[in-house]
Design a protein around this ligand. Structure first.
Ligand code: BGC
Length: 254
């Protein structure tokens, strides 16, 4: 039975990877980061993924995140990556390039899976919503532990703009917002999510979680709000867990 999977988190600025023990959620080697090629064309990104495999001398299955809607390996959106990804079967592309069985999934879904399995959402029933705040805003919704894949609530319209164009971590830095002003926008977004989904728990993660001490105490919602526990490793770990499940069920069928 496969217990070690290489998790790779493909982002707009960096591609990060590490082998993961999917039975414990622990990285079994130090995380490696390679800068995302610009423009982030499919072929160039697949090259970097192959480089990542070489770095770890990896030959087994891999789980890969991507910041877009992914259905059966095909990329359907491209808010923060090159638009030539739309319609590309990213899973097949990476699999052909590396020769390794690959699962491709949305980045926030992967982060949510990691948090629900080994982190802040472990054991939580009911409706749990994970949001990642980075270049965009990612979302993952779980109902009694079951993921509803590919939710895209960062694109919810608030004050005539997409939420991720007002309240992402990038907005805070680009617009030079202080923590109070930025969390005000995040709270407005959370309130909208609550009005629509009435979650029991919000998990807040993404790149901004490195600075939790600056803003977590300013966040407000009716539901409980907790910080993600896996910081910048959630994508890597979640991708590996998801790939492990996928390939174990295929092994079982064989
Ligand atoms: C994308 C999502 C992604 C999120 C976080 C959004 O722009 O549409 O698919 O999960 O950014 O990276």
């Amino acid at each position: 039975m496969t217990t070690e999977i290489l998790g790779i988190d493909i982002g707009g600025s960096g591609i990060k990877g590490a082998p993961v023990n999917i039975n414990t959620g622990e990285l079994i080697a130090e995380r490696h980061r390679i800068i995302t090629p610009q423009p982030s064309l499919p072929g160039a990104v697949a090259e970097v993924v192959a480089e990542m495999l070489q770095h770890f001398n990896w030959q087994g299955p891999i789980g890969c995140t991507f910041p877009a809607v992914i259905k059966n390996g095909v990329v359907y959106t491209a808010a923060n990556v090159d638009h030539s990804w739309i319609g590309t079967n990213g899973e097949a592309l990476i699999q052909n390039k590396t020769g390794c069985p690959t699962l491709l999934l949305n980045d926030a879904d992967a982060a949510g899976i990691a948090e629900m399995t080994y982190g802040a959402g472990k054991g939580h029933q009911g409706v749990v919503i994970m949001h990642t705040f980075g270049t965009g805003i990612g979302s993952a919704i779980f109902v009694n532990g079951q993921l509803v894949p590919n939710t895209e609530f960062g694109h919810l319209e608030i004050r005539c703009k997409e939420a991720e164009h007002r309240a992402s971590a990038r907005n805070r830095t680009d617009e030079d917002l202080n923590w109070k002003a930025w969390t005000w926008r995040v709270n407005e977004f959370l309130a909208r999510m609550e009005a629509l989904f009435w979650p029991d728990l919000f998990i807040i993660g993404g790149g901004v979680s490195r600075k939790n001490d600056k803003f977590l105490h300013l966040l407000q919602a009716r539901a409980e709000i907790v910080p993600a526990q896996m910081l910048n490793q959630a994508g890597i770990i979640g991708a590996a867990i998801a790939a492990g499940k996928q390939f174990q069920s295929t092994e079982a069928l064989e």
